[in-house]
Design a protein around this ligand. Sequence first.
Ligand code: ADA
Length: 569
Amino acid sequence: MLRTFSEHRIRTEEPLDGLWDFVTQCERNDKHELPRAYTRKASVPSAWESLPGLNDYRGKGWYRRSIVLEQEANVRLVFGGVSHTAVVYLDGLPVGHHYDAFTPWAVLVPAVAAGRHELVVEVDNTFGEHSALHKENDYYTYGGITRPVSMQIVPDLFVDNLRAIPQKKGRIWSLDVQVRFRNCGQRAKNADVSVLLDAKTFDLGTVTIPAKTTGQLSKTLNKLPVEPWSPEEPNLYFVQVTMTNADLQTDDLIDRIGFREFKTRGRKLVLNGRPVRLRGYNRHEDHPQFGNALPLTAQFADLQIMRDLNCNFVRTSHYPNDMRFLDLCDELGFFVWEESHARAIPFDHPRFREQMAENTREMIEWHANHPSIVMWGCLNECDSVSEEGRVEHLRIIELIKQLDSSRPVTFASNKRERDICLDAVDIVSWNRYHGWYSGDLSNIEEELNESIKWLDSPGSGGAGKPVIISEFGAGAIYGCRQPHRAKWSEEYQADLLDKSLEIFLNHPRISGTTIWQFCDVRVTFGWFGSRPRSMNNKGTVDEYRRPKAAYESVKLRMAEAVDKWEHDR
Ligand code: ADA
């Protein structure tokens, strides 16, 4: 399933997870557009790197299965994520295409005849002119249908999207409901629309949509007797939009929300009117056995480890995450910084603008109802020092604000006092590797205070804004124990994290602290091939989630912060 709950009670939905026929380019011996023979099976969802002989395969692969329709129907295929480019064929004809591994997407094929049909998905994880966001990088781009897939049967007029934005006035909550409809039929259609929230039905009125177009209905549901969402009490509510025609329920869409308001107030971050501080990890979707296709239990286990470490915050570095992971964060009460897909990417790639904008749009379109997502990020360590780079930062930040004005926006920068884009963000976020790439552990605080002094001076663009230390850390090879505590030993990593956390968690000007990184992850061989084991080894746990020496000191520092912050509130 795409979520941890069912999104439909009326619409017919069938998961397409399971074994599909599979073949890679190098196993094919034909020149046809689509394979005539498949050499093996692949499990969907999964990364093909988990299959024998494919653990470093970069190329194309084809997945095939059949679907059967008892009667003619409008078929809507929903993909949680395909890494990294997909072309969808039905009975040999292309019906859909998508770029980027990390955002959900849907393909609608109207009026498919009754009977058995061949569904093929061509997947490509190569780098080059066709790919601006996926490139050689300090994480691995896996290949495959790496997140769940479902097939839905939709009526001509169906619910295409639901946005539900909580609004707080004093202690009173209301909900701005925006529903988008799509008519894929040949004639105009209408329906009566209602919303069910916490066992109460609200009438949204009647919608009439001309053939082959979309339309929207909006309504504010006022004075709702609801309990707010917070990490301590992550209260969640299902919202079900239902369409009815002549007393027949024709379609529905269910999402799950939390009533919370997250804002900046001067130098503070504020949840439901109370200052909060964030402490946690940067987490890649990566696992030695599953690649980026972690099953739900593994995603849950990662959050349980972060909870054991007394964390309340996770950054989805550097791309939108699996919707099930975000569902878990909603349920467990984690704050999430979600960001569109970028890690130190050049802006001069011919496809950058279109792919970056589409990825950002899809992230917000599909994920905006998650209460755990409290801020949007973008453009990690990209060019925020040149005028050209500023144009791109303003473009993406303005797009985010157009699509969702309810959340603060940030980007993680390593440009220090050279940054010229801090005026565009609500929260200033710094990646600082003091004691690893430069400096030592003796003057972390002095260096930080120098940066804060610059930030709060006129002209920086960030004066008076909340500050998050979005990345800091050190590499440690699991099992490398050294009494002389040299770099790459677990001891040095523990010392650096302990010293850094002691400063960042207690500094009055720092509102958030995210360690780089949760676990060791695979990196793309090449520029990062020099990394030991071709891995980024800065995890507090290794890739098998085995704790390094830093684990206990991080856990203690985070616990101290909980006590101190509670006292300060
Ligand atoms: C950067 C980058 C991370 C990672 C880190 C490191 O801050 O944002 O993705 O590459 O450096 O480990 O050096």
